[in-house]
Design a protein around this ligand. Structure first.
Ligand code: SAM
Length: 288
């Protein structure tokens, strides 16, 4: 099968099967061979690896992954693409396609069945309408994934990589940085896709931690982070005394201010100024 990485080939395959890109599934097909190879390279896959590709589409990246990985498991929601992938992946014997929603896929079972429990590498040009739920769904399954290399909206990549004090920094940055070390490895313009998305894109590489970089009760820490950014413009003491709930536990303004003082922080500090380390230290004090 000829490689799909050109606008002409992609258009020809879509026309052959009467396929139109479906907006509701976030379908923007990659048509730039350099970007497809760049993603595969950034993912560091070898013949030893089992790769999970989310949303193979018409198989453009799958063909490259099939050459470089030991095994490729694809999860695709759009059954209209069945006949397309049957043709474009006909020579790819190490590829299996599961026709289902990734958010309803039992990833534990998939990892055990496909790679004998060895952590998988995830590679995807993600559907933008559901990027954050997919990333969190993967990251929360600690130990199942070694790395996640994905195309996302540039704005989402910037939020994920942001540090304390910046406008982009928030609950998403902290959640992803709790589970992994994020890096932007490529910037990708709309012209690399068919149809062109309205936004700039970026390829993000998340190297999963074997163990989170900070220690704290996870539920408590995430409840603290959520409440801190729910009312971004309030001080931390104000936001947490009104918006924090973990089980039955609420927080008073006085106890938050005391904990902040113990940490040498101002009682007027806002959540957006605290690093992951500081959130974890605050969680340990308040949950003692
Ligand atoms: N990988 C192809 C490429 O790069 O050309 C297609 C990428 S396209 C941006 C996103 C793909 O994800 C589409 O094939 C879409 O049908 C699929 N998709 C959307 N939502 C999904 C879901 N919840 N589970 C699995 N696949 C999904």
């Amino acid at each position: 099968m000829q490689k799909l990485t050109s606008p002409g080939m992609t258009r020809a395959v879509l026309a052959q099967f009467g396929i139109h890109a479906r907006k509701k599934f976030g379908q923007n097909f990659l048509i730039d061979g350099n970007i497809v190879r760049g993603i595969a390279e950034a993912s560091g896959i070898t013949k030893e690896d089992c790769v999970l590709e989310i949303g193979p589409g018409i198989g453009t990246m799958t063909q490259v992954l099939s050459e470089q990985a030991g095994r490729v498991i694809c999860v695709e929601i759009d059954e209209n693409l069945r006949p397309v992938l049957a043709q474009t992946l006909e020579d790819c014997e190490n590829v299996e396609v599961l026709w289902q929603d990734i958010l309803r896929t039992d990833l534990q079972e998939l990892a055990e069945r496909c790679s004998d429990g060895k952590p998988l590498k995830v590679v995807a040009n993600l559907p933008y309408y559901v990027t954050t739920p997919i990333l969190l769904y993967l990251l929360e399954k600690k130990g199942l994934f070694e790395s996640i290399t994905v195309m996302v909206q540039k704005e989402v990549a910037d939020r994920i990589c942001a540090g304390p004090g910046s406008r982009e920094y928030g609950a998403l940055s902290l959640a992803v940085q709790y589970y992994s070390r994020p890096d932007v490895v490529l910037r990708v313009p709309p012209s690399c896709f068919l149809p062109r998305p309205a936004v700039e894109s970026a390829v993000l590489h998340l190297q999963a931690y074997e163990k989170p970089p900070v220690e704290a009760d996870e539920k408590f820490l995430f409840a603290l982070i959520r409440a801190s950014f729910n009312q971004r413009r309030k001080t931390l003491a104000n936001g947490l005394s009104h918006g924090f709930l973990c089980g039955n536990r609420t927080l008073s303004r006085a106890e938050v201010e005391t904990a902040l003082a113990d940490m040498g922080l101002s009682p007027d500090i806002r959540g957006e100024k605290l690093s992951l380390d500081q959130f974890a230290a605050l969680a340990r004090r308040l949950n003692a």
